[in-house]
Design a protein around this ligand. Sequence first.
Ligand code: HEM
Length: 210
Amino acid sequence: MRAFLSSKTSKALIFILCLVPLAGIAWPFLAHSVIPDPLALIQHGTGDWTLRFLVITLCITPLRQILHLTELIRFRRMLGLYAFFYGCLHFTTYLWFDKLFDLYEIWKDVYKRPFITVGFLAFTLLIPLAITSTAGWIRRLGGRRWRILHRAIYISAVCGVVHYYWQVKSAVIRPLVYCFLVGLLLAWRLGSWLLRRSRTNQVPAAVHTN
Ligand code: HEM
């Protein structure tokens, strides 16, 4: 398992697997199927997958800790970049097919419709994370500052869930499932942080009593 996760094959396989949702969204168009609402199909498909990839990216750290599989970290950057990729497609669909690049209409929407405002925030937060995801940027910013910056993914995921919840009319189950998952993943991080902090506080106290 470890050997497979460390191999180039696993990375290539996951890279290809992450493109399957895109093929799923494009297929009805390529197959010339009758699509009642093409805009909704692309908008919902890309929106769903942006949120799913954000959740999958956030799962890497807890899974690595629970399963003791440090190799999983190799896939985190790629999965995060896929969240950004599907986010770009989702945003472009909105800009192009929904608003025809009418900047005034877009501004009015961002200003007046709260679900668009939070969606916009969720996407904007991902931009610096995608740019600084390279080894060069980690070096330039320093590990500590880079880690602080990349905590913006938590805010982006929360905004993504709120964006989803606010735009559904009655079918709230799915946004609530995402709300539960994101809540659980953030609670895990808070728990680990509190545990680490209590351990580091205990060490000097133990040294002191000795
Ligand atoms: C990280 C950023 C974002 C995430 C995670 C996200 C996620 C989602 C999700 C899950 C849906 C619902 C899909 C469904 O019903 O199955 C959705 C729909 C939608 N999103 Fe986003 N979104 C993001 C950013 C944006 C941005 C920046 C805009 C535009 C400024 C936007 C505009 C829309 C619109 C117009 C819909 C369809 C609403 C409808 O059909 O009534 N989203 N998004």
